[in-house]
Design a protein around this ligand. Sequence first.
Ligand code: HEM
Length: 172
Amino acid sequence: MTDPMVQKPEEPLVDPIAEHPGYDSTETLVGIWGHPFHAMSVAFPVALTFCAFGADMLYWLSGELFWARAGVWAAGTAFLFGLTAGVTGTAELLLVPGIRIRAPAWTHFVLAVLLLSLLGANWGYRLQGYESAVLPYGLLLSAFNVLIVMITGWHGGKLVFDYRLGTSKGKL
Ligand code: HEM
């Protein structure tokens, strides 16, 4: 009697994800002329997260109020631009079948939601008193946010450059 658990050699292994009809539909649906809004909007929260950390470091080194104020603005705008990037990314994730079905896209979503919570916390914490908030917890939060934004951004890059998500297939 043949063992039902043993696969016959003539039966190829099937990846149910790759077999999905929408697997190859990965072109952006949330963009302009094939350019995804998400890729255009992520530069702002990434840069502002670094700015918040830079301002906190300069406040720590100089003690100047200006840098504490720059820190609260950078933290706030990092959060608000991060939300914009989150909206465009989530729309892409939900609307494009080939993005929705890939697990790495959801991993990026989880990382991004963690990042947005931390960016919001960094801003909200400073609204109680932006100068007293910097040392030590504002600075520590900014430093941690830099780490998480680098991981999230690197992972987003993997989606584009390794999986070609959101990219054009080249037809004009
Ligand atoms: C909150 C939900 C988010 C979702 C669902 C999401 C989803 C995606 C998707 C599907 C891509 C592939 C490109 C595309 O289709 O546009 C992507 C790329 C990327 N994402 Fe996100 N994203 C989110 C938030 C963020 C945030 C907050 C950041 C960083 C601040 C970020 C950074 C990136 C980067 C750097 C890329 C690569 C862009 C490129 O190289 O062109 N994402 N994301």
